[in-house]
Write a protein that binds this ligand. Structure first.
Ligand code: ADP
Length: 357
């Protein structure tokens, strides 16, 4: 495909990926995070729910109910946990489901928390089952049960915890067990942000970064941010650098367009790979329908890239299959197979080969 837009200068997928990357942990980027509820832009219904819950809990001198936040990465779940801790004047501990490998990891955190502490557990759906069971009494009765010895000699000791608030975040709410989900008093889903809210977020971030941006510039940037504040802030930083070096320091529609053309991000926030997906649907499948696996197979052949096998963290040393585990592998691909194993006996295998005349 010869469209110059399809040729990026570096990996643009990173720029428009909502997940937290190394560049997002830069202190300058972290300083853009709103600290109070009145600085948090958009998600009006969630903000109102939290405002009421926080005020009512403060009046009762109690911590607020446990909160479960659901939504794609980069929409502001961690930010809300930080805000809840600030508004309740409580300390905040941030951890994640995969980091809590054993019951002891969780108990160590719980037993060191003061009254009103906020515990934020990101990717809470990935918490191991054995650890999850310690959370139930902790969330419900603010206590944990220590078990000593095994079998008939087993004894348990109940340890009282200070009252705390658990804020859980998940991108996959369907993977959360019902007993855990039911223990949250407040459950809210975050939506992608509309253009008007993104413009406000971009203007706020620009003023914190001490860079000028005009209205058309902010509107243009918001259109390319895929409804995600994290992406908006990331793109803003790139455009700021470009504007300072190649223009007069004020971000305008023209500098946004020029800076993001260099990043391979188009006017709709699409990268060269997104455009290739769409072109594949258009060209090979005449507008669809097309399964995602079929698209992946055709792209592997077209680009000569074998995609990695996901979730293969501990390969079996006795298995001599040549798995691709970390990142893709560049290799000429002549043919690709996709297998779907359906429950109830509906299995399908599709074979794709390069077309040659
Ligand atoms: P998540 O935890 O959902 O992945 P974060 O809370 O880390 O997302 O948000 C990513 C960044 O986006 C934050 O550092 C913050 O600067 C910005 N952000 C998110 N939501 C908002 C918002 N509502 N208003 C302003 N900035 C926001």
């Amino acid at each position: 495909m010869s469209d110059p837009k399809d040729r990026p200068t570096e990996d643009p997928l990173e720029m428009v990926n909502g997940a937290c990357l190394d560049i997002d942990t830069d202190p300058e980027v972290l300083s853009l995070r709103p600290e109070r509820l009145d600085e948090y832009i958009g998600q009006d219904e969630i903000v109102e729910t939290l405002q009421i819950a926080i005020e009512a809990a403060a009046n009762r001198k109690e911590p607020i109910d446990h909160v479960l936040l659901h939504g794609p990465p980069g929409l502001g779940k961690t930010t809300l946990a930080t805000i809840i801790a600030n508004e309740m004047s409580g300390d905040l501990t941030i951890t994640s489901g995969p980091a809590l490998e054993k019951g002891g990891d969780l108990i160590g955190i719980l037993t060191h928390m003061d009254e009103g502490h906020v515990l934020f557990v990101d990717e809470i759906h990935r918490i191991p089952k054995t650890v999850e069971e310690f959370l139930y009494p902790a969330m419900e009765e603010f206590s944990v049960d220590f078990i000593f010895d095994k079998g008939v000699h087993a004894r348990s000791h109940r340890y009282r915890l200070n009252r705390f608030t658990l804020v859980g975040a998940t991108t996959r709410v369907g993977l959360l067990s019902a007993p855990l989900r039911d223990r949250f008093g407040i459950f809210r889903s975050l939506d992608f942000y509309g253009e008007a809210d993104l413009v406000k977020i971009i203007r706020r971030s620009a003023s914190l970064l001490k860079v000028q941006i005009d209205n058309p510039g902010a509107a243009e940037l918001s259109k390319r941010s895929r409804g995600t504040p994290r992406i908006a802030n990331r793109l803003l930083k790139r455009v700021r650098d470009y504007t300072q070096v190649r223009a007069d320091g004020v971000i305008t529609r023209e500098t946004v367009a020029a800076a993001l053309a260099l990043e391979g991000v188009d006017e709709m926030g699409l990268t060269h790979l997104d455009r290739r997906y769409l072109k594949t649907i258009l060209k090979y499948y005449k507008g669809g329908p097309a399964g995602i696996e079929a698209i992946a197979a055709v792209l592997a052949i077209d680009r000569g890239r074998i995609p990695p096998t996901i979730n293969l963290e501990n390969p079996d040393p006795d298995c001599d299959l040549d798995y691709v585990t970390e990142g893709f592998r560049q290799k000429e691909v002549g043919a690709a197979l996709t297998n779907s194993f359906g429950f109830g006996g509906v299995n399908a295998t599709l074979a794709f080969t390069r077309f040659s005349q």
